[in-house]
Design a protein around this ligand. Structure first.
Ligand SMILES: Nc1ncnc2c1ncn2[C@@H]1O[C@H](COP(=O)(O)OP(=O)(O)OP(=O)(O)O)[C@@H](O)[C@H]1O
Length: 344
């Protein structure tokens, strides 16, 4: 879908992209990086809207330097910032954008009606957009990117400004763009956690450089570590400590979530190395012997955020941006793990 080779963009004081080489295949791909990492700059170059300083890029096999117009015919673009004229309705605007993309008048009106319905805008579509909520505006921006039935859409921070429910709705919508219509998606975000659930592939950039590109499954692969949580009892007021002692005695390798990286709500977790299945039985037996309740015993998954806590240079540079994200991610992780506990 997209290939860049040693792509750089230098502004007088800033290098926004620094010899970026990356390939993006069909599906939903997340482009993640902190503010200023170079995401919007990359999108503008891919659309042929800004020239690169050096290097090459192709979109759907077309050179961005020479085929900007043809690329924009086949690719949809949802810009990051509010760009909707306040005094026209969503219908008028999206029909206009469909016409701009080359659709004849009747097809433009039909496609507009279908697309606005698909993104969840109904009666409101006849009202001026100045009165819309942020969520409605984001939906219109998505609709105008989809209206000409592109093969690929580039979505720049589509969840910006949305509350958690609005975020989830938008992410589900983005997923459906691919599953229902077969349109490939490149979606940017500075929030790692949300891409984990939405994307097939994730590309992480920092300071304009590629930090990592791989499938989401590789980022979040299961490890041979069990996350274990037990209840406290009258006999063992700190059930976690008691289990830890028992497991140590049984010769198992036990550790607690790393200080500083523990998600909220994981204070009672123990991680137990589980190289073979007998470890499950050993944990169960130890809990039974102590008389503590086994709340949870599950294989731990890597989080995408761990790409930022590895030891390479780029990762360290990215860390200052991450405190806020870690908090949100942590909450999500906490929620996921709590639901895991419910199942257990
Ligand atoms: N026209 C420009 N002139 C000068 N510097 C620019 C220009 N456009 C972008 N930059 C700089 O290039 C860097 C990358 O910006 P870019 O907008 O691509 O980042 P981003 O990852 O999209 O972040 P954000 O989500 O905040 O937009 C930033 O340091 C930005 O200040």
């Amino acid at each position: 879908m997209i290939a860049t080779e040693s792509l750089s963009k230098r502004f007088p004081r800033v290098t926004a992209l620094d010899r970026l080489t990356v390939g993006i295949t069909p599906g939903v791909t997340g482009l993640v990086g902190a503010n200023g990492a170079g995401k919007s700059t990359l999108i503008k170059i891919l659309l042929g809207l800004e020239p690169a300083t050096e290097g090459n890029a192709t979109v759907l096999g077309m050179d961005v330097r020479t085929h900007g117009g043809a690329i924009r015919e086949r690719v949809g673009y949802m810009p990051e910032h509010d760009c909707l004229p306040p005094d026209v309705s969503a219908t008028e605007f999206v029909v206009h954008m469909a016409r701009m993309s080359g659709l004849p008048p009747t097809a433009a009106r039909e496609r507009t009606a279908d697309t606005l319905r698909h993104v969840g805008l109904y009666e409101e579509r006849y009202r001026p957009m100045g009165g819309y909520s942020t969520g409605m505006k984001q939906r219109v921006k998505l609709a105008q990117a989809l209206v000409h039935d592109p093969r690929l859409v580039l979505l720049d921070e589509p969840t910006n400004g949305l509350d958690p429910v609005g975020r989830d709705d938008m992410l589900a919508l983005i997923r459906r763009v691919h599953t229902d219509f077969g349109i490939s998606v490149l979606v940017t975000s500075h929030l790692l956690g949300e891409l984990e659930r939405t994307c097939d592939h994730v590309v992480v950039i920092d300071g304009g450089k590629l930090l990592r590109a791989s499938s989401t499954a590789d980022f979040t692969q299961t490890t041979a570590v069990l996350a274990v949580e037990v209840t406290d009892t009258d006999l063992h007021p700190d059930g976690t400590a008691a289990l830890r002692t028992a497991l140590d005695r049984a010769g198992l390798a036990v550790h607690t979530p790393e200080a500083g990286h523990a998600a909220p709500g994981t204070g009672h977790l123990l991680y137990v190395d589980a190289d073979d299945e007998s470890v499950y039985d050993a944990v169960r037996d130890a809990a039974a012997e102590l008389g503590v309740g086994l709340v949870r015993m599950e294989q731990r998954r890597h989080q995408i955020s761990e790409v930022f806590t590895s030891d390479d240079e780029g990762a360290r540079a990215a860390r200052p941006h991450q405190d806020h994200q870690q908090g949100q991610q942590g909450q999500q992780q906490g929620q996921q793990e709590r639901s895991g506990a419910d199942v257990a």
